[in-house]
Write a protein that binds this ligand. Structure first.
Ligand SMILES: Cc1cc2nc3c(=O)[nH]c(=O)nc-3n(C[C@H](O)[C@H](O)[C@H](O)COP(=O)(O)O)c2cc1C
Length: 357
């Protein structure tokens, strides 16, 4: 397997898409396919990035853009760019130190890091690796409500600042690449402590539906912690409006990286009607296929208040460790800064629908 990239080699990478082939050379093929894959025929996977790229900007001119700055904020705290690292399982597939290395990269780059329930390192180890950094915990209900609650309590105690509750995984999507390769989850501290459903390749997260993930349960989970709860995996404006009615802090418009339902609407298409439905009552973040500064700014023009990126940062971790993630964020920062000046805005939050054809 190839060596991790040197700082000089990382500097020569100029776009996020370049990380994937570099990661492929450095990962076990079964793990690579697990990360790269989607569900069923991967129709939504192919469409996700393209859906951002088919939209067109209408720039403004003669505005003062001398202090154009791509910084954003999540939950009132500043981020160097308005991008968070999406929760992704078992990051040991990309790097021996997995999430510990990844959180260091996100912290150094100045973006929030989301730890998956299905992580290869523990809640506490990841907290210790980047104590002061903006960290969120992604919750899957696993095993029992008591056990799931203990994960929320541990992450609250360990200084995570939000609970990202994933609501689009009652069961795991039909993932043919994993069935063909025989992929199974490597050991994971939180999931392996659970006792149920060990016979699934995805361990205890495979059957979240067994624990009754429904609106009442969301209300109950919110009583487990004082942290803001964000619902991840909303695609219908009806669900978005319900989330706003229930008073959740935020929602993430997401297809789960096209790994759950296939032939599902692209996040880029689902976003605007959802922004309209919540009418400013919750944060609206979006992920799926965001690969460049232009995609980030298109999401803002459609009304998003933040974005998350998944696979490219996994690939960056595999290719260059923490420094790889730093490089990916530096690329996005540069792309976003240049594009903002060309769009005629000094902050991403100043974009709105009049900037889209
Ligand atoms: C390898 C992999 C593992 C993932 N694991 C989780 C997870 O544990 N929890 C979760 O909520 N989403 C998970 N996701 C979905 C991501 O959080 C995110 O929604 C998606 O990757 C965004 O799309 P992108 O990869 O095109 O940027 C995973 C995605 C990938 C690629």
């Amino acid at each position: 397997m190839a060596e991790r990239l040197s700082p000089a080699e990382l500097e020569r990478i100029l776009s996020l898409d370049e990380f994937e082939p570099l990661a492929r050379e450095r990962m076990d093929p079964v793990g690579f396919e697990y990360v790269a894959g989607g569900s069923w025929d991967e129709i939504s996977l192919r469409e996700a990035a393209e859906a951002w790229r088919t939209k067109r900007f209408i720039p403004r001119v003669l505005t003062d853009v001398r202090s154009a700055d791509p910084a954003g904020s999540f939950l009132g705290r500043l981020a160097r760019i308005p991008v968070a690292m999406a929760p992704m399982a078992v990051q040991q597939l990309a790097h021996p130190d997995g999430e510990v290395e990844a959180v260091r990269g996100a912290a150094a780059a100045g973006i929030p890091y989301t730890l998956s329930t299905a992580s290869s390192r523990s809640i506490e180890d990841v907290a210790a690796a980047a104590h002061d950094a903006e960290r969120w915990f992604q919750l899957y209900l696993i095993d029992s409500l008591e056990y799931s609650r203990s994960l929320v309590e541990r992450s609250t105690a360990a200084g995570y600042r939000a609970i990202i509750l994933t609501v689009d995984l009652p069961v795991v999507g039909h993932r043919l690449r994993d069935l063909r390769s025989g992929f199974t989850f490597p050991p994971q501290p939180h999931v392996d402590q659970a006792t149920q459903f060990r016979d699934s390749p995805y361990g205890a997260i495979a059957e979240q539906q067994e624990l009754g993930l429904n609106w009442d349960r969301v209300g109950e989970i919110r009583t487990w912690t004082h942290l803001p709860v964000i619902l991840k995996g909303i695609l219908s404006p009806l669900d978005a409006a319900r989330a706003a009615d229930e008073g959740v802090t935020g929602i993430i418009v997401s297809t789960h990286g096209a790994r759950q339902l296939d032939r599902v609407i692209a996040a880029a298409e689902a976003l605007a009607p959802i922004v309209d439905a919540v009418a400013g009552r919750t944060e609206v973040w979006v992920d799926g296929g965001i690969r460049s500064g232009l995609d980030i700014l298109m999401a803002f023009a459609l009304g998003a208040t933040g974005t998350l990126i998944g696979r490219p940062l996994y690939w960056a971790l595999a290719a260059g460790g923490a420094a790889g993630i730093e490089r990916a964020v530096a690329i996005l920062h540069e792309e976003t800064r240049i594009a903002m000046s060309l769009l005629g805005v000094e902050r991403p939050g100043l974009l709105e629908r009049s900037f889209i054809a």
